[in-house]
Write a protein that binds this ligand. Structure first.
Ligand code: FE2
Length: 453
């Protein structure tokens, strides 16, 4: 991994200082605090010197409704922990939020969504204008959210919105998802289009969200443009690379995307509170390095990750890979230093003795089917670089069609976005440091009823 650190790219990093203070509730495994830990760790490693740090804008209701329904976003904007108790049944049934779901209503919920979504949109716009080669938003990547429904700790699908933004300037966008859970919300949004290829590597079989079977390949114009790589527990670094590299290589050759969105969910790491894979930081980051090596604009997002000290380790290391800078294995003193005691204050993790249920035969079978399906892409009209994007039938209620209709306001939004995130808003170095926050430890009880994300 380290041998490939040398390639330099123009990198932008987006961080909203409020993001770490949102709180899903006692015992809930999703902890935005991990973002503050990540930010603090990568700053103490000095990585801010290798990239431009931006304060993202807050995404508006109008920006969110480029994908989500007005009714759902209105609800998210109005709901509070008090009102949801009063209207619990309706909200739970209609939008899948509330105490009986894994998507609670907490203080500042809409602002939280606005914060992580704004950063994803700013990143997409910066890539569209060729201002950067790589944009990073570790707070984003909430891949389970649906058009009118929360799911798996996700409320607003910043990934779908980011891809829609990229489609304004790119004929084809590739979405890659290495979170341990299937990227169902993104796949569903683009299931019938050949302008977006989605590719998810995930645990499949008696595991949330239950979708992502290998036979789900897209439909209508999108047939063969959804790629699913179902895996079993115990995936290690070698097994992951064994399937990841040939699949992505084949997609890059045949699909030739103009931009890539990479969801880097950290719950595929060894020792994750909710996951069951056995990847080390290096195995996970190898995927990031491989994607980076194609030299195509990349929007890098976070996602799941529930052993929060390891989430901070991973995303810090992946930031170093993206900026092309080696960092020491000994963790420098930082605001959350004691959180790293367990692994002797070392950055890198060692895999456990967990059995890898993915035999070579099984991986060969999965890989063979994926590569055969990708062969059908040869000669597909939209693979031509100069091809005019195809039209989509109105009956799809296609988000793409709506996006075209909104082109004028979209262009305005692009200008505003860049302005908001322009270099004059770069943080002063002294602002980089947050004080220690409440240390929301892991492994607390009360989460058994939480399905996961
Ligand atoms: Fe996940």
């Amino acid at each position: 991994m380290s041998a490939n650190h040398s390639t330099k790219r123009r990198v932008a990093y987006f961080y909203n200082h409020d993001i770490g203070n949102y709180y899903y509730g006692p015992g809930h495994p999703m902890k935005p605090h991990r973002l503050k830990m990540t930010h603090n760790l990568l700053l103490t490693y000095g990585l801010y010197k290798k990239m431009d740090v931006f304060r993202p804008h807050w995404a508006s209701r109008e920006e969110m409704t480029k994908f989500h329904s007005q009714e759902y976003i209105d609800f998210l904007q109005k709901v509070s922990p008090e009102t949801v108790r009063r209207d619990l049944n309706e909200a739970t049934t209609k939008f899948n939020v509330g105490e009986s779901t894994d998507c609670p209503v907490f203080d500042g919920l809409f602002d939280y969504c606005s914060a992580y979504t704004g950063a994803t949109l700013d990143g997409a716009r910066m890539l569209n204008h060729n201002l950067k080669d790589i944009c990073i938003n570790w707070a984003g990547g909430l891949h389970h959210a649906k058009k009118s429904e929360a799911s798996g700790f996700c409320y607003v699908n910043d990934i779908v919105l980011g891809i829609l933004e990229l489609l304004k300037h790119h004929s084809r966008v590739l979405y890659i998802d290495i979170d341990i859970h299937h990227g169902d919300g993104v796949e569903e949004a683009f299931y019938v289009t050949d302008r977006v290829m989605t590719c998810s590597f995930h645990k499949h079989g008696d595991f949330f969200p239950g979708t992502g079977a290998q036979g789900d390949i897209g439909s209508a114009d999108g047939k063969y443009y959804s790629v699913n790589v179902p895996l079993d527990e115990g995936m290690d670094d070698d097994s992951f690379a064994y399937v990841f590299k040939p699949v992505i290589q084949s997609i890059m050759t045949r699909f030739q995307p103009g931009a890539i969105v990479l969801q880097c969910g950290a719950d595929s790491l060894t020792g994750d509170r909710l996951g069951c894979f056995n990847l080390t930081l290096k195995g996970h980051a190898n995927c990031v390095q491989f994607v980076k090596s194609f030299g195509i604009p990349v929007l890098v997002l976070g996602g799941g990750g529930y052993t929060i000290k390891n989430v901070a380790r991973l995303w810090t290391y992946e930031t170093s890979v993206l900026v092309g800078e080696e960092i020491a294995d000994t963790i420098p003193y930082n605001d959350f230093y004691e959180q790293y005691k367990m692994n002797n204050y070392k950055l890198h993790l060692t895999p456990t003795a967990q059995v890898n249920k993915n035999t070579k035969e099984r991986l060969d079978m999965v890989l063979g089917r994926v590569l055969r399906n990708l062969n059908y892409l040869r000669g597909a009209p939209s693979v031509q670089v100069q091809e005019v994007p195809p039209d989509y039938p109105e009956s799809d209620a296609s988000i793409l069609a709506r996006e075209r209709a909104d082109d004028v306001s979209g262009a305005q939004a692009v200008r505003e976005g860049i302005h908001t995130a322009d270099t004059s808003k770069k943080h002063h170095e002294a602002e980089y440091y947050d004080g220690p926050n409440d240390q929301d430890g892991e492994g607390g009880g009360g989460s058994a009823d939480v399905e996961m994300a």
